[in-house]
Design a protein around this ligand. Structure first.
Ligand SMILES: Cc1ncc(COP(=O)(O)O)c(C=O)c1O
Length: 377
């Protein structure tokens, strides 16, 4: 038996997700890890709150299985978002919940399930990825040139054939940083769609719609502790779900999906919110500072963002050269390409010192390119 020949065919089209570990990047660039500015994954440069770090230091239940349904944490989250805890399910990052939602609806018999996922690229790649791993038909309805959701195209698609579908939409969207307007969400919710609103970055923007969930049958809101709370490495996200879905979600989820230290750290963060709120305010202030600075960099078009990152389009030189230049300075950014993101890069907001270094390095590259362009003319 050749075991590799038996692998399901859907796997062949997937890409391995294995970004270079930071230690290897540091070795490649000839710098210590501490000498790098990591602005490529929208992480929180300040890390967990003091209370979360204390809870982790005091944690002594490593030999015990954690609470499978994260009761204490779910009830603290319910208070934080302002919905009853019966609507909350905690996951191993919001990534796990994207997968769980799709497993809940993947068709397994005539008339059962939802077969189609609507994705609105450019956006977070995991919707399409988990759609493919769950055998969903993934239909891309691209955003407009200004990165707004193409609501008329979505309405047209749904009206043409009114079978129910699942639509994923991030607000703020990654990578442009725009919020989904209320009127667009209203129009989506009026369609035969299960709308999954991914609010991974909403703490930096304000205006969460989590409290809308109890009023709708077809709205799920996903949130996470990865960004505002600095807990990306512990993997804690949560969903706010319509009550009709909860019993089935409890049956389907992996038993010990959120580990004990992760539950303890997230709970401690919520019990002492002030330090996290101060960090959020600092990041927002520094994002606005960075946006202003980037607007002054020639050959760079910065997109206004409500999140903890700013995306830009490079109008001089090439992304490959820019990347080499930034890496020589020890700066790691996210570089794109492909439809809607040609010549685009995304910068995660760091500490003020890191932000200054990023702006200075971008400016040096752009000015040099502008100068050499003019010399050639
Ligand atoms: C829009 C969006 N949703 C979800 C996530 C993942 O969140 P988590 O760490 O909770 O899995 C990210 C991470 O980059 C993201 O950009």
């Amino acid at each position: 038996m050749n075991v590799a020949d038996l692998i399901a065919s859907r796997v062949a089209s997937l890409q391995e997700y294995a970004p270079e570990p930071l230690e290897e990047t540091a070795r490649r660039l000839g710098r210590p890890v501490a000498g790098l500015i990591k602005a490529d994954a929208n992480e929180n440069p300040y890390g967990p709150t003091p209370a979360a770090l204390e809870a982790l230091a005091a944690y002594d239940q490593y030999h015990r299985y954690p609470d499978p349904i994260s009761r204490q944490l779910a009830s603290a989250i319910a208070e934080y978002v302002g919905v009853p805890s019966e609507h909350i399910l905690v996951g191993n990052g919001s990534d796990e919940l994207i997968d769980l939602i799709l497993r809940l609806f993947r068709p397994d018999g005539p008339g059962k399930g939802i077969g189609e996922l609507i994705d609105c690229p450019p956006t977070f790649g995991m919707y399409g990825f988990y759609g493919a791993t769950n055998d969903m038909q993934v239909v891309a309805i691209p955003r407009r040139a200004d990165y707004g959701v193409d609501i008329d195209a979505i309405v047209g698609h749904c009206k043409g054939d009114c079978r129910p579908r699942i639509l994923f939409v991030a607000s703020p969207n990654n990578p442009d940083g725009q919020l989904l307007p209320d009127e667009v969400l209203d129009r989506l919710l009026a369609l035969p769609l299960l709308v999954v609103l991914d609010e991974a970055y909403v703490e930096f923007a304000g205006g969460s719609r989590a409290s809308w969930v109890p009023q709708y049958q077809n709205l799920i809101v996903l949130r996470t502790f990865s960004k505002w709370a600095g807990l990306a490495g512990l993997r804690v996200g949560y969903g706010v779900f319509p009550s009709a879905l909860m019993p089935s979600l409890w049956r389907l989820k992996s038993p010990y999906n959120v580990n004990g230290p992760a539950q303890a750290a997230a709970l401690a963060t919520l019990r002492d919110l002030e330090p996290a709120r101060m960090v959020i305010e600092a990041i927002k202030r520094d994002r606005d500072w960075m946006y202003q600075q980037l607007q002054g960099v020639p050959g760079l078009l910065a997109f206004p963002s409500t999140a903890n990152y700013i995306s830009c389009r490079l109008q001089v030189g090439t992304l490959a050269e820019l990347r080499a230049h930034m890496e020589r300075e020890g700066i790691l950014l996210r570089y794109y390409g492909g439809p809607g993101l040609e010549q685009c890069l995304r910068i995660s907001v760091g500490t003020p010192e890191q932000n200054r270094a990023i702006v200075t390095a971008l400016e040096a590259y752009a000015r040099n390119e502008m100068r050499s362009g003019q010399e050639q003319e």
